[in-house]
Design a protein around this ligand. Structure first.
Ligand SMILES: [Fe+2]
Length: 399
């Protein structure tokens, strides 16, 4: 590897023969121009296809702030309460705990609520609830947001009770999304009872799951989430539009933005303990005409095996298993352009051209031999004996 300029900030492991010129000084963002004719550059865990003269942008590592530690809940505005209830309980396996008036509230674990559907104010995004580490962290985040000239209000006692938390702040990000940051989320006194027989949702320190937004101006929002809220960047793509994934705990990403020029949810993801929870959900989803949005597949960045469904609100829910966890203290953000999925995730709602584009990227992953280890937790796996002479020989040869 031969790097010039601020090469030590680039953290480009496993590059053997590529000669790059690092420009940009001691910043978090570096422009890298390829000076050799090596066709591949490995950046972090991603293969970047490149050629002489190409320029890539690399975000160096920033110390994570970690005042915000998890996605706590999501609030959606939708007039289709009954449709949401059926989807959340019968397919996803959430527990409905309120059916009164304008509200539907759902549990996923020991928390009082994780998903709230509110029909009182028309159809819109609603709000995101993030959890701060403690009151000091909440105060630090408040100060940073106010320093940006944005108004922050302390939630009233009535609002805190409604959200089932001890305290919260409310503000709008530079694009107008309503964000709530809470401390002291309340634990229910009765156990979680899933809406269908599932082994449970993987939440805890990893939070509710992840949420992905479509945004109009990603260049405006990216620095706000990274520098003001303190989210750590996991990875990113720059073509055909900006795509940024952020972590706030060990989950590879709890929040992401896609700069499509539109505004709204792209999807939110919930993760299950068992692969069979996802497979049995997939069977149920296929009983409904038009429910499946993405077929079963596996993502290239968080290694999640998942499928996506259409929701009554016009966006998607990802239903997944086996997402990777990362170490925020050592993680280095990197560019990726291998496509979102190493296999599967066909999107039948797209035009044939777009479907073909995604399929070609997956097939390229296959040609490159891209595969990642299955991510399991203690208690939900059993080690098999090595019984494949060919595979064992391959492993020995690679060592
Ligand atoms: Fe996702």
């Amino acid at each position: 590897m031969n790097l010039r300029g601020t090469a030590s900030r680039l953290q480009v492991p496993n590059v053997k023969t590529v000669l790059v010129d690092a420009v940009g000084g001691n910043t978090e963002r570096n422009s890298v121009t390829i000076l050799s004719n090596e066709p591949q550059l490995r950046v972090g865990l991603a293969w970047v296809w490149t050629q002489l003269g190409d320029t890539h942008t690399i975000f160096g590592r920033k110390e994570p702030i970690m005042d915000i530690i998890a996605l706590a809940y999501l609030g959606l505005q939708s007039s289709k309460l009954d449709d949401w209830s059926a989807l959340a309980t019968n397919l996803l396996g959430m527990q409905q705990v309120e059916t009164s008036g304008d509200l539907r509230r759902f549990r996923m674990d020991d928390r009082m609520q994780r998903l709230i559907i509110d029909s009182s104010e028309g159809d819109d995004i609603g709000y995101f609830g993030f959890e701060a580490a403690d009151i000091a962290a909440l105060d630090r985040v408040t100060a940073r947001i106010e320093a940006e000239g944005l108004a922050v209000t302390r939630g009233s006692r009535a609002l805190a009770d409604k959200r089932e938390v001890a305290e919260l702040i409310v503000f709008h990000d530079p694009a107008g999304h309503r964000i709530e940051i809470v401390i002291g989320p309340k634990i229910a006194s009765d156990p979680f009872v899933p809406g269908r027989p599932i082994s449970g949702f993987r939440t805890g320190a990893l939070g509710m799951g992840h949420v992905v937004l479509q945004v109009e101006n990603i260049e405006l929002l990216m620095p706000f989430y990274r520098d003001v809220l303190g989210f750590g960047m996991s990875d990113y793509g720059l073509e055909p539009y900006g795509l940024y994934f952020f972590h706030i705990n060990g989950r590879h990403h709890s929040f992401a933005m896609i700069g499509t020029g539109r505004r709204g949810f792209h999807h939110f993801m919930v993760e299950l303990y068992s692969l069979d929870d996802v497979g049995q959900g997939y069977d149920l989803a296929q009983l409904e005409s038009g429910r499946i949005a993405y077929t079963l597949g596996r993502h290239t960045n968080d290694w999640m095996t998942s499928f996506y469904v259409h929701t009554p609100s016009g966006f998607f829910i990802e239903y997944g298993w086996g997402g990777r966890t990362i170490d925020p203290a050592t993680w280095v953000p990197h560019e990726t352009n291998v496509g979102p999925s190493m296999w599967g995730h066909d999107r039948p709602f797209m035009t044939p051209d777009m479907q073909a584009k995604f399929r070609d990227m997956r097939l390229q992953c296959g040609r490159n031999g891209l595969r990642q280890p299955v991510q399991v937790m203690p208690g939900n796996y059993a080690l098999s004996e090595g019984v494949c002479p060919w595979f064992d020989a391959q492993k020995r040869a690679a060592e």
